[in-house]
Design a protein around this ligand. Structure first.
Ligand SMILES: *[C@@H]1O[C@H](CO)[C@@H](O)[C@H](O)[C@H]1NC(C)=O
Ligand SMILES: *[C@@H]1O[C@H](CO)[C@@H](O)[C@H](O)[C@H]1NC(C)=O
Length: 318
């Protein structure tokens, strides 16, 4: 990708330029200078910029100072430079008007935002609600078995932009996520699945800072099918006798440009409960949390339908 530095072209008194797109000449009335727009630079910290300037200066003088990566160049015709910082152009025209311009370009922040995959009404998690009769009476909620729900027809299925919640023990029903109906908020289970699209290669972190009563996690192929209580990669479980909430963290590496299946299963027993669940990308961006915004990196399937196929229907899982 090339970065066009139109500021260098500020000295161009005529449009006699070759090979540079989006050229602007600033030998124009001063009132129009502020209205210029600059192409948005794209971030690639390692890139070099090659540009060629052809200028024709007739009856005026100009001074150009470019600060690029700490270097200063004056009246350069051909530059190869690394773009890291801001630019200053000072121009003095010694004919009828005098114009001083100090434009500021905000340099692209690096690393730049990771490009999300195409979207096609496919954002968010699929989720399902089931009744769950398992009471928590021990340190690991050992009566709760997520894999026992594979063939259980859920009471409700939906799509959600956010995950986690607190379920109060008020004896009254309430909605879950953006459900169109209310549910009992004790003795239930929630199954969630989606794909994380990793445009950034690197280590992703799943954090379950609070689990009451249990959250089980699967990533990769097992999250799509083959998930069992035993092969969960993380389990956060409420210690009932000691009243200690469960928590867990899991880190995993993903190559760039891949879709990775994610499944987590929440179990709520007697009394109130709840859970938090976050996923953080290598850049530090939190892409899954209790924030009610769709992340472009969390999809239920890929738009081509084959790279990341839809998950099997709840109740017909394997
Ligand atoms: C789920 O549990 C509620 C409350 O106990 C009950 O009314 C409902 O019939 C149950 N639904 C199913 C499908 O078991
Ligand atoms: C994870 O979720 C908890 C609870 O919502 C929140 O307090 C915490 O800040 C989140 N972590 C990150 C890294 O966003």
């Amino acid at each position: 990708m090339s970065v066009h530095k139109t500021l260098v072209q500020a000295l161009v008194a005529s449009a006699a330029m070759a090979g540079v797109g989006n050229a602007h000449a600033i030998a124009v009335p001063a009132g129009q200078l502020d209205a210029r727009t600059y192409p948005t630079p794209t971030c690639d910290p390692s890139q070099t910029v090659t540009q060629t300037e052809t200028k024709t200066v007739t009856s005026w003088k100009a001074l150009l100072t470019i600060t690029l990566g700490g270097g200063t160049k004056t009246e350069t015709k051909t530059e190869i430079c690394t773009v890291t910082d801001t630019e200053t152009v000072t121009q003095t025209e010694t004919s009828t008007t005098t114009t001083t311009v100090t434009p500021t370009i905000t340099p692209p922040s690096c690393p730049t935002q990771c490009p999300p995959p195409p979207s096609c009404n496919n954002l968010g998690f699929d989720w399902a609600y089931y009744n769950n009769s398992a009471r928590n009476t021990d340190t690991t909620y050992s009566t709760f078995h997520p894999d026992s729900y594979k063939k259980t027809t859920p009471i409700y299925v939906g799509t959600t932009s956010y995950v986690g919640g607190l379920y109060q023990d008020t004896g009254t029903a309430g909605p879950i996520y953006d459900s169109s109906r209310n549910f009992n908020l004790d003795f239930f289970a929630l199954n969630h699945h989606a794909y994380i699209y990793a445009c950034e290669a690197g280590t992703y972190s799943v954090d379950i800072p609070y689990a009451n009563d249990a959250v089980y996690l699967w990533t990769g192929a097992n999250a799509y099918s083959g998930w069992t209580d035993d092969n969960a990669v993380a389990k956060a479980r409420y210690d009932q006798p000691d009243h200690i909430a469960g928590k867990a963290s899991y880190k995993f590496d993903i190559p760039a440009n891949t879709y990775v299946p994610i499944r987590f299963f929440y179990g709520q027993a007697q009394y109130g409960g709840g859970f938090n669940f976050n996923i953080t990308a290598p850049s530090g961006q939190v892409i899954v949390s209790n924030q009610e915004t769709f992340s472009p990196y969390v999809v239920r399937y890929s738009c081509d339908g084959t790279t990341a196929p839809p998950f099997p229907a709840f109740g017909k899982e394997t």
